[in-house]
Write a protein that binds this ligand. Sequence first.
Ligand code: HEM
Length: 425
Amino acid sequence: MTSEQSSSARSFDHHSPEHAADPVGAYRAVREGPGYAHSDKHGGFTVLCRYADVVAIARDTENFSNALEVPGGFKGGVTLPHNPAATRMSLSEMDPPEWNPLRRLLNPTLSADAVARFVPQIRAVTNYFIDRFIESGRCDLVFDLCSPVPAVVTLQYLGLPIDEWERYAVPIHTSVYTPREPGHPDFEYLNRQFAWIFDQIRSAVADRRSARQPDDLITRLIDEGLDDDLVFETVYTMLAAGVDTSTSVLSAALLHLSKHPDQRQRLLDEPRLLDHATEEFLRFYAPAQATARTAVVATEIAGVQFKPGDRILLAWASANRDAGYFDDPDEFVLDRAPNRHVTFAHGIHRCIGAPLARQELRVILDEVLRRLPDYSVDADQTPTYPDVGLMYGFQKMPTTFTRGRVEGTRLQPELDDIGRTAPGP
Ligand code: HEM
C-alpha cells in the first residue's frame, strides 16, 4: 500500500455519506488494492473485501465469533459499530454450541419445502396489495408493495396479526436510514414505534403461554422449552431480518427493470429466466452489504494478523463483485450461471430465510410483470439510504403505469396456512 492509500484506508467508513454515494466504488478500491483496509473508525476494525477472505472467515467459527459477548471479555456482534440499545439478534449473534439447537429447531420451518407451501399465500398477498393501487395508475413501489408483502408474509410465519402490518413494516423500513440521534423527532418517534412492536411480541408470547393458541412459530418455540427472552429475541430477529432485506432487493430489481426495458421484455418473453434473474438481482444488489465478526484468538488470514477482540467487517457485497469468482462482475447478466453469490452470507450463519426471500422475489416480480407490465419508476425520485453501512436500499420509489383492474384478492382466508410450521426434524 502507498502511504496515501494507507491513510485513506485508515479512514474507511462504511457508514459515511461518501461511502453511501458510491459503495460499489469504495469496496472496489479496497478489493482491487490490498484486499483489506484497517480503519480507525467505530473503535477500529479491518474490512475484508475479497471473496476468498470473506468466505474463509465466515467458515472459521472457532477463531471468529458472532456473539455480542466474546470470550476474553470483548464486545462483539454482527453490526459494526454495535448499537448498545439494540436487542441481540437471535441465532446471528450466537456462537456454537448455543446456536446449534435453535438453528436445528428453526431450519425445517424455513426450508425450501416448507416455503414452497407458502407460495400461493405470497401470491395472494402480492395481489391484494396490487389491487389496492392498480386502478389509480400510480403507486410507491417501496411503500405500497415491496415493504408490505414481506412484512405480511413474515408476520404470518411468526403468528403475529397481519392487520397491523403497517405498524411493523414502516418503522422497520425507516429505522434503517433514520439518524440515531437522541432528541431528534424522527428518532424519538421510531423509539415509540419499536416500543409498541416489542410490547406486541411480549404479549403474544404471554398469550401463548396462558392459553394454547394456533400452531404457529411462537407456540412451537414455547413448546420446545425456550424461555420468554429467547422467544422474544427470535421473533424480533425474524422480523428485523426478514422485512427490510427483501424490500431492498425487490425495489432494486424493479428499478433495474424499469431502467432496462430490454431486460424486462426478455423476462416477459422468457419467464423461465426468472430464477436466474432472481439470483442475479441478489448478487448485484445485495441488501446486507457487510456484517461483522470478532477475533477470538490470535490468527492470520489473507496476510492480516488478528489479535483477540479485533473487529472485522465482512463485505458480502464486495465479494459478490470479485473478478476472481465472477466473469464481468460489474455487468448485470440476466441469465448468469453459475452464480455463487454470498448475499445470504456463507458458513453456518448462512441466512435461514434465503428460501423465503427467493420465493418472495420470484412471486412479486412475476406478478408485477403480469399486472403492471409497463410500469415506469421516476428514477430521479428514488433516493437510496443515506447510510448503507449495513443495508442498501431505497427510501421510496414513485411509479406510474397503465391502470388495470382489481382482481379482488382477499387476505383471509387464503393465508390461513402460512403460520403453520413444517413437521419437526
Ligand atoms: C433478501 C433477503 C435477505 C438477505 C439479503 C439476508 C441476508 C442475511 C445475511 C447476510 C445473514 C448472515 C449475517 C451474519 O452472519 O453475519 C443472514 C442471517 C439470518 N437471516 Fe437473513 N436475509 C434475508 C432474508 C431473511 C428472511 C426472510 C429471514 C426470516 C424470515 C431471515 C432471517 C435470518 C436469520 C434468523 C439469520 C441468522 C442465521 C444464523 O445466524 O444462523 N433473513 N441473513
